[in-house]
Design a protein around this ligand. Structure first.
Ligand SMILES: *Cc1c(COP(=O)(O)O)cnc(C)c1O
Length: 355
């Protein structure tokens, strides 16, 4: 079997959840496990995050998977229900729904639910993605409150710039002013807001990326927040080439040696989820030592510079990201964020769970 593997650490997940709790001790934890648990496997991460008060997912099928695996916490559909049928099934599984638009509100009014459902009424506080405009929020709230299918309402918004210099002050003002005369619980903070904006913590927080040990704030490494990588993405050297100055490596000759160079071929490529845009010099670890990638990433393989790692040979372990190479360091080189790399780990990569 090809030696590539992603190893998911349950103790790292639990540790990172405890870090979120340390920052927001008064708040309930809604662990965001969308996108197959940010690429770690939905049920894998649920096991590591079982101390969470709730789970947030995108698809009804994920909510059902969690319920059928025995999780009886709050489960929230982050984009709500997409049809009357879904709404009915959600209510039968005791799954909560975001309600972010007029059609979703009308669906609640039209449906015949056996069990009324708890909703998260979403406000668009400036991100302009999902949610009722602040001026329309009160009316939506009144309608939801009058709806026999609604058994409770949590106020919710999402910040566009919790990770940026400008912060969340104006969105938070809009939210607080709009909900000032309404009574109910609220949920506002993503990972960046949990780590940077304590005034947003309120009743429920929604940590995502931080649980996986990647930073939500590009200027601050995850380790500075005491976050541990939940995924170690590893493989091995499967071939070695010795090249001279002037010789090149890989498609398009994108790396040309300026001195005698020992090139390691690693069994990992973009079809495994490694970013094709990672340039020469992206950090990679071989035999526990940091070195650089070289040449263009191909579908199934990439190249690592072994010139200063004479002990490396065919079969030597490689870490693409994990404990020695932060996923955020690879992401930065490739012009993206840890979120995208973690979510992109391909289904063909075998996943192993460790304590
Ligand atoms: C994905 C998501 C989160 C989690 O965001 P992170 O930046 O990963 O912490 C929180 N809330 C909503 C609505 C989301 O879609």
């Amino acid at each position: 079997m090809r030696p590539i593997q992603a190893t998911v650490s349950l103790s790292a997940l639990a540790h990172n959840l405890a870090v979120a709790k340390r920052h927001a001790p008064q708040s309930k934890m809604m662990a965001v496990v969308k996108a197959n648990g940010y690429g770690h496997g939905l049920l894998n991460v649920a096991a590591g995050l079982s101390a969470a008060d709730g789970f947030a997912v995108l698809n009804l099928s994920e909510a059902i998977d969690l319920r059928e695996a025995g999780y009886d916490q709050v489960i929230l559909l982050l984009e709500g229900a997409f049809s009357l049928q879904e709404l009915k099934i959600a209510s039968s599984y005791g799954v909560d729904v975001v309600t972010h638009s007029m059609p979703q509100l009308e669906m609640l009014e039209k449906s015949q639910l056996l069990r009324p459902i708890h909703i998260y009424l979403k406000m668009n506080s400036g991100m302009n993605r999902l949610g009722f405009q602040p001026h329309a929020y009160e009316a939506a709230y009144q309608r939801a409150q009058a709806c026999k299918n609604v058994r409770g309402i949590t106020f919710m918004t999402h910040f566009a710039t919790a990770d940026e210099e400008v912060g969340v002050a104006s969105a938070l003002d809009v939210f607080n002013q709009t909900t000032a005369d309404m009574t109910g619980k609220s949920s506002l903070a993503n990972s960046a807001a949990i780590l940077r904006h304590p005034q947003t913590h309120v009743d429920w927080v929604r940590p995502g990326i931080m649980l996986y040990g990647s930073t939500p704030v590009s200027s601050t490494p995850a380790a500075e927040y005491d976050l541990k990588p939940a995924m170690q993405f590893t493989s091995e050297i499967i071939a070695i080439q010795e090249i001279n100055a002037g010789e090149s490596v890989g498609y398009g000759n994108r790396f040309i040696a300026t001195k005698p160079t020992r090139v390691g071929v690693v069994a990992c490529g973009y079809a495994d989820g490694y970013p094709r845009h990672a340039p020469n010099g992206t950090p990679i670890s071989v035999a526990g030592k940091l070195t650089n990638t070289m040449g263009r990433v191909s579908m199934d393989m990439l190249f690592a510079d072994l010139t200063d790692i004479p002990e490396a040979n065919i079969g030597t372990p490689v870490e693409l990201w994990g404990n020695q190479v932060p996923v955020d360091a690879v992401a930065e080189k490739a012009g993206t964020v840890g979120y995208e790399l973690l979510c992109a780990v391909a289904p063909r990569v075998p996943m192993r769970v460790v304590d």
